[in-house]
Design a protein around this ligand. Structure first.
Ligand SMILES: C[S@@+](CC[C@H](N)C(=O)[O-])C[C@H]1O[C@@H](n2cnc3c(N)ncnc32)[C@H](O)[C@@H]1O
Length: 274
């Protein structure tokens, strides 16, 4: 199956490639073809010019979190749900094992492309399993569990980045049940969502209009979640929370005077399994 150039995962890879020193992703530029640029331009114009840097900051946040965990003595198993064209394995130490899950078209395409990039010497070799599954479907989750069983004694980190917006609250609940099932004490979940207050902003209205009118993707639930959703998660404790805008100011790449009503500011959460 062909992947369309306007797929959001391609757009995000393009963003990350524009500011490698911020995103810390030196491999993002190998993905997007020239077809993605008109979509980026129309998004910038019709929705927000700040999404590019915010997506780089998101990658930076999770890259640094993963890097810290990878430096610990326990071996690390990263389970990236809705992985898209995220490239963490290739910048993390080679001992880190990754299980990437996405829909069949993305998983197959990425597996084949990574293989050819490695053959050409563009990408280093890493232990990555590219799995095709709907992460909200308990029957399809079973195949993921089978793959994880090979890795005993690993610290497990589930990463869910840029996905909750596209799932209903009921589907998100099924992903949490899955996390509860596969994780043990001190394992992590790292995830991203928009906070409920964004619903009232002009930029959010433009975002939803763009998805339904331009991308013809009006079946999206456009889910936002309050911070309390993470503060009171059964079986988990919230370790860390930061927004893209906060990180951008800390790193000096975003101006603190920017109007928060104009930012699609995502919040990043790190939770530990109790
Ligand atoms: C916006 S992209 C984000 C990609 C990547 N996580 C990143 O941040 O660069 C969302 C990805 O989630 C995948 N996705 C969405 N719903 C999914 C589901 N129910 N099961 C598996 N993958 C899903 C999409 O195919 C897409 O690759």
């Amino acid at each position: 199956m062909e992947i369309f150039v306007h797929d959001t995962a391609f757009m995000i890879a393009y963003y990350r490639a524009q500011h490698e020193s911020v995103s810390k992703d030196p491999y993002a530029s190998i993905w997007p073809g020239p077809g993605v640029k008109p979509w980026i331009d129309s998004f910038t114009e019709q929705v927000s010019p700040h999404d590019e840097i915010l997506h780089c900051l998101r990658n930076r946040f999770f890259f640094e979190e993963l890097q810290q965990l990878a430096a610990e003595p326990q071996p690390l198993l990263v389970i990236n749900l809705g992985a898209g064209f995220s490239m963490y394995p290739y910048t993390l130490p080679s001992e880190v094992v990754t299980v990437e899950v996405d829909f069949d078209a993305v998983a197959q395409y990425k597996r084949a492309k990574v293989k050819s990039f490695q053959k050409e010497g563009i990408l280093p070799h890493r232990e990555v399993h590219f799995m095709a599954a709907d992460i909200t479907n308990p029957e399809e989750q079973a195949a993921i569990i089978e793959t994880l069983e090979t890795y005993k004694g690993y610290k497990r980190v589930v990463l869910i980045e840029g996905v909750f917006f596209f799932l209903t609250k009921d589907e998100i609940g099924k992903v949490w049940s899955f996390c509860n099932k596969i994780l043990t004490t001190e394992d992590r979940v790292m995830c991203v969502s928009f906070e409920d207050s964004l619903l009232k902003t002009p930029v959010f209205k433009r975002l939803t209009r763009y998805f339904s009118e331009v991308l013809k993707s009006d079946h999206n639930p456009y889910t936002t979640l309050p911070h309390s959703y993470y503060e009171h998660r059964d079986g988990f404790t919230l370790l860390k929370q930061e927004s893209g805008f906060q990180l951008g100011q800390k790193l000096g790449v975003m101006n603190s005077n920017l109007d928060s009503m104009e930012l699609l500011n995502e919040h990043f959460y790190v939770l530990s399994k109790i």
